[in-house]
Design a protein around this ligand. Structure first.
Ligand code: HEM
Length: 510
């Protein structure tokens, strides 16, 4: 028996080594013929997985300084390419956009999205186009965003109210929870006319779910990349994903049923929010494409995950930078005091008159893009930047690296909003040295909403409060693991009110 076991191990080792040697030699002869991008030395079975820990975008950035702005690597046996310069990002996302319009999927995203029934990971095709049309015409276009302004305004009031309560206590608080509550409530009210935090325990559940989903979908799951781990769930990710999915499904089913009951009672298909609109479409037999219940739930999940954590983290990083740069904080406060004063709360309509505040948010997105990598998959072979990129290669455009590119930015690691006073670089996918929302047809449809929310929330927080942190007066800026650039350590601080807030927050919100 022991002998048999020994033979088995020997067989496995030889099999893996031969496979590895074949792959390496095949790829070098293939490389001569087709000029593949350079690549670090790969290990058998795991490829380059060992080089990507603990934070993949940072590791890929470091490797790019050695292997260049386009290099190849393997996640187990999955071929990937990392792109780290603005010129190359433009080639992939603009010049050859048509070949890179799909996204890679992994077992977690497939399971969470009801078996890929969603919008974010849908292949570029008729279903994606239908959903994109809906998103842009009904949900995230300028007119709807204007209509929903009172919802955002009310949620900002609620935030100020909650922070001023914390200020009265004078105790340190973790800001992330408050910010996630804000963005969750905003998205939830837009989508389903329902605040997440009506029932506090339910709100906590949703916040935890969103954070967990961001963390888990950002973890490389060995089951996706190493063939013999496929059914092994060695990291316990599969089990966690099933739990998260179950929890989300219970929550969202409850909300859909409430909507359906209300529609039945009123005997109407009146559209008061996005969920109503989706239910209308799903009941419409004349539609060329039928929306199923799973499509609706997966779409709602997309918007929650894509729109809440990213926005909350952007505000958290920007306040952390201001705390660490008192001179920039002072300049921001002076601008707000001059333009808005302290007899009313800053509003979205003030933003065009607050260029320094706008520059602070842009500078935050340059150094702390809360979607640090744009993942796409090639649908056909093509030559990009002189390199042969085969079909079905996963491409990661490293947005985090673009914002630190020394050829594009003076003193790239310095937090300096002033740099945007001189240049006209914006965030809408036209300037490839800064792509916090991606670029082209699959660019983020929530860009305008995200920018409005980040700017107005940061503005109000700086207008109404001073922010005190421990004795050193600084916070650390380490990043933690996850798909959305979370902080390694929470931003814990004490808000101190700057003026009498009771007189500026409407009574309805207090
Ligand atoms: C600071 C906040 C945000 C950041 C940094 C961000 C960033 C991104 C990025 C980089 C992409 C991929 C773009 C590409 O492939 O070129 C994306 C896609 C997406 N984002 Fe955002 N986003 C934010 C907020 C939002 C909001 C508020 C929503 C909606 C409520 C949203 C909804 C989406 C959706 C649905 C997609 C998928 C689009 C598609 O695949 O066609 N995002 N986002």
């Amino acid at each position: 028996m022991v002998d048999l076991y020994g033979y088995l191990i020997l067989f496995l080792v030889s099999f893996i080594s031969i496979r590895f040697i074949l792959i390496q030699s095949f790829s070098s002869s293939f490389r001569c013929k087709f000029r593949l991008p350079p690549s670090p030395f790969a290990l058998p079975v795991i490829g380059h997985l060992h080089l990507l820990a603990p934070i993949p975008h940072q590791a890929l950035h470091k490797l790019s300084t050695q292997y260049g702005s386009v290099f190849r690597f393997f996640l187990g046996s999955v071929p990937c390419v990392a792109v780290s310069s603005p010129e190359m990002a433009k080639e992939f996302l603009k010049t050859y956009e048509a070949s890179y319009l799909d996204r890679p999927r992994n077992s977690s995203t497939v399971y969470l999205t009801y078996g890929s029934k969603d919008f974010m990971f849908a292949p570029y095709g008729s279903y994606w186009k239908l959903m994109k049309k809906l998103v842009m015409s009904e949900l995230l276009n300028g007119k709807t965003l204007d209509l929903l302004l009172p919802v955002r305004h009310d949620e900002i009031n609620q935030l100020v109210k909650s922070l001023s309560k914390k200020a009265k206590l004078g105790k340190p608080m973790d800001l992330k929870g408050e910010l996630l509550k804000l963005t969750n409530n905003m998205i939830s009210r837009m989508l389903m006319s329902k605040r997440c935090s009506e029932v506090e325990s339910e709100a906590d559940d949703i916040r935890k779910l969103v954070t967990e989903i961001s963390e888990i979908t950002g973890t490389f799951n060995l089951a996706d990349y190493i063939w013999f781990c496929k059914n092994l769930d060695l990291q316990g990710i599969g089990k966690r994903v099933k739990g998260i999915h179950r929890q989300f499904d219970v929550l969202v089913e409850k909300i859909i049923k409430e909507h359906e009951d209300e529609r039945r009672k009123k005997d109407t298909d009146e559209t008061k929010d996005v969920l109503d609109m989706l239910l209308n479409i799903s009941e419409d037999d004349t539609m060329e494409m039928k929306l199923t219940r799973d499509n609706i739930k997966a779409f709602l999940l997309n918007l929650f995950v894509a729109g809440t954590d990213t926005s909350a983290l952007t505000i958290e990083w920007s306040l952390a930078e201001l705390i660490n740069h008192p001179e920039i904080m002072k300049k921001a406060v002076e601008e707000i005091d001059r333009v808005v004063g302290n007899t009313r709360l800053l509003e979205e309509s003030d933003i065009p008159n607050l260029p320094y505040l706008q520059a602070i948010v842009k500078e935050t997105l340059r150094l702390h893009p809360t979607a640090p990598m744009i993942p796409r998959t090639s649908t056909e072979d093509c030559i990009v930047g002189g390199y042969h990129i085969p079909a079905e290669t996963t491409v990661f455009v490293n947005v985090w690296a673009l914002g630190r590119d020394p050829k594009s930015w003076d003193d790239p690691l310095l937090f300096s909003p002033e740099r945007f006073e001189k240049n006209q670089v914006d965030v809408r996918g036209q300037h490839f040295q800064m792509l916090p929302f991606g670029s082209g047809r699959r660019m983020c449809p929530g860009t305008s909403l995200a920018m409005q929310v980040a700017q107005v929330t940061l503005g109000v927080m700086v207008q109404c409060f001073e922010w005190r942190v421990g004795e050193e007066g600084r916070v650390d800026m380490k990043e933690g693991p996850g798909i959305t650039l979370p902080r390694a350590n929470p931003l814990v601080c004490v808000p101190v009110v700057r003026f009498d807030l009771d007189s500026v927050i409407p009574v309805t919100s207090m």
